[in-house]
Every structure is written in structure tokens, then in C-alpha cells.
Design a protein around this ligand. Sequence first.
Ligand SMILES: Cc1cc2nc3c(=O)[nH]c(=O)nc-3n(C[C@H](O)[C@H](O)[C@H](O)COP(=O)(O)OP(=O)(O)OC[C@H]3O[C@@H](n4cnc5c(N)ncnc54)[C@H](O)[C@@H]3O)c2cc1C
Length: 401
Amino acid sequence: MHDHKGWPAAWRSPELKKNYDVVIIGAGGHGLATAYYLAKKHAVKNIAVLDKGWLGGGNTGRNTQVTRSNYYWPQSAAFFDHSLKLYEGLGRELNFNVMLSQRGVLTLAHSVHDLEGMRRWANAIRINKVDAEILTPAEVKKLVPMINLDCRFPVHGGFIQRRAGISRHDAVAWGFARAASSLGVDIIQQCEVTGFNIQSGRVTGVNTTRGTVEAEKISFSVAGNTSHIAKMAGFRVPITSMQLQAMVSEPIKPCLHTVLTSSVIHMYVSQSDRGELVFGGGADVYNSYAQRGGIPLLQENVAALLELIPAFSRLRLMRQWAGITDITPDTTPLMGHTPVQNLYFSGGWGTGGYKAIPAGGDTMAYTIANDRPHPLICDFGLDRFESGKLVDEGAASGVAH
Ligand SMILES: Cc1cc2nc3c(=O)[nH]c(=O)nc-3n(C[C@H](O)[C@H](O)[C@H](O)COP(=O)(O)OP(=O)(O)OC[C@H]3O[C@@H](n4cnc5c(N)ncnc54)[C@H](O)[C@@H]3O)c2cc1C
């Protein structure tokens, strides 16, 4: 092997067949993980994953890689901690280094009341058997020496999940793609799904820009496009689509050794292994399908970062981008069955579905293979908007990550 030439392709590029057992729409992390676990754990071999662009080119390749399980409600904690545990073994499972770095996620409290709420949150998380610790301002300062504790909203402490951190998002997509492909999954890029064939309430195939494909079962994981695909299948979803942006600075020497987040100042930041500061805040405040993000919010994100760590003001911004996030009213995902027979979906991941990729794939594979929801996602179905049994995680995803 010389000059990095002659490497074998990591995944196959097969021709699209006319018939599959399962077709998955969307080659993001969720679609690829679902295909992988279907082939690996449920012995379904004739699977296709279709994507209108390139694999990992949606939100999976656009996020800020924060991986955590500090959710409030027991059903969320169980699901997201399952995901974090899968992340902990994912490099070995996929034989692909996903660069998981469990450097902790520190959430700041900016008032006595904020800290009290956080204490309740941390206690609930611990009852859910997930790690969480309250920190004093001095402990926060020790962890992040550059922080300005006396900022406009002074820091009263915070709470940390030490098992949380970041991992490499491209590696997660590529690792699942390579492993799925080697199990026989056909990954078809540049193949847009334009409609469904539905007979007597049951889906039988999809129309694509490369022709019609028949399938026993179909699932879609299309992040910012969930409403569009649902509309093609004839049902509506309670989803609002908004741009979420992120940005990176020029690289500097290691100086930030945890993921720092604040819901009050509204920003979060980590330092990548290349030295860049990766940061963002909330979603742009109007609905859009443009993957750009507006300048006013970019400015707010930078201002929020500098409020907490003024020393970063001398850095230059290198890149900025956005993805379209599908946000549900209770900010909990929508997973499982759709009103159409044999059509399943996993969406509504909003600003926080990267951390959910392994568990999302695992539980959706089970759901599709057995035609019943995996026990961990029973409460995440569309029917909760009829029953009113919402899983309100607004606070857990108050800052996008
Ligand atoms: C800026 C930003 C920061 C984020 N930060 C974090 C974070 O730190 N931690 C975290 O947990 N989450 C984060 N998220 C959220 C996370 O990225 C998403 O929830 C997650 O990646 C969703 O994965 P997915 O596989 O469902 O979707 P995607 O990765 O978006 O994949 C969906 C795929 O569907 C394809 N598709 C769409 N329509 C069609 C069609 N008609 N036919 C065929 N294919 C189609 C698209 O091309 C795309 O490749 C962030 C998101 C953004 C935008």
C-alpha cells in the first residue's frame, strides 16, 4: 500500500434490485444501524438502504457529536443509556474506531433555582441508574480553568455526567455502512424515494428516481424530511422542521477537556481531537428546509461562547453549517409503527438523535423483524399524541446536542 492508493472500497456499490425483504429509506446513522442490526441479530439478509444523497450526508454528518444519557424520564433514560452502553462497545462491534471520548458533559447552573432544578434532575437520573454528579463553582472552575464564573448570569455550579462525551460522527456512519454491507445489505446512494405503493392499507413498495422497488416491509429514518415522507404515505406527524447550526474555530492546543453546556446562556462547546472548538446553541427560530442557518443566530452562539470563555475571542471561525431537525412537541422521538401496515419509522430526533443511533438501530430492527415495538420504545409511538401520554424531555434537550 503506497500513498494511500489501492485501498479496497469500504462498502459495495451494488445495482438496485427489484425486490427486497426490507427497504430502509435514509442512509444516515439510524437507517444504517437499523439495517446492520436487522442483518446481524434478526438474520434478515435481503435489505436495501436508499438515500437521495450520499450516506452520512444528512444530520449524521452535520452534528456536534455529543453522546450522553442524562435524560429525566425513566423511559428516556433507559433508551439513551442503552445507546451509550452500545457506544461503549461500538468500536469493537463494528471493527471501526468511532473515537468515543468519555470526557464528561458538564451542564451549568446560573441561579440558585437553576441549581435546585438540576439537583432534582441529577437525582432522577441516578434513580434511573445513570451517573450524574452536582458540582460546586470551584469544581466547575477546576474542570474548565478558562471559564468566567462571574459572567452576566453567574455560575452557581452545575452537574456532570462523566460517562458522556463525544465520538466521531463520520466513523459511526462509515462503520455501520461497512459492517452492514459486509453482511449483504445493499446501500444505494443517489436514489431518492418519491412515493409509496400502498394497497388496502398495506405498503408494498416504493417509487424511486431509479425505478420501483417492491418490499415486504419498509422503514424510514430521514431526519428533517419526516413530514414529507409521511405525507407521501398519507399520514401526518406532529413535527416542526427547523435549522440547527453549528460552527468550528481554527485549531488550538488542547485547553477544554470536557463538553461544556449552558441552557441559560444557550450554548455548548467541545474541543475536537484536531483542536478545533466545536460549538452551537439553539435552533434558528423559524421553520426552514435550508441547510445553512441564519447570521443572527450564529452571532448569538458566538456571543454566548465568549460570555463564558472570553479568551476565545481572539480565535477565528473556520466553518459554519446547519442541518434540518424534526422537532416533536415533547422533544421525544417518534418510533415504531405508522398508520400504514408494514411501514415503520424513526424520526423526530430533533437536535439530539446522534447519541441515539446504536439504540435506535437496535430497537427499530427488533420492531421491524417482530412487527411489535421493542420494549424500550413502547412509549415513543405516534399514538402518544392521541392518548396524551407525552414524554416531556424539553429540559433535557433545552440546548441542542
Ligand atoms: C448542527 C447539529 C448539531 C447536532 N448535534 C447533536 C449532538 O451533539 N448530539 C446528538 O445526539 N445529536 C445532535 N444532532 C442531531 C442528530 O444529528 C440527528 O438527530 C441524527 O443525526 C439523525 O440521524 P438520522 O439517521 O435519522 O438522519 P440523517 O443523518 O439526516 O439521515 C437521513 C437521510 O435520509 C435521506 N433522505 C431524506 N429524504 C429522502 C428521500 N426522499 N429518499 C431517500 N433518502 C432520503 C437524507 O439524504 C439523509 O442522508 C445535531 C444536529 C445538527 C443539525
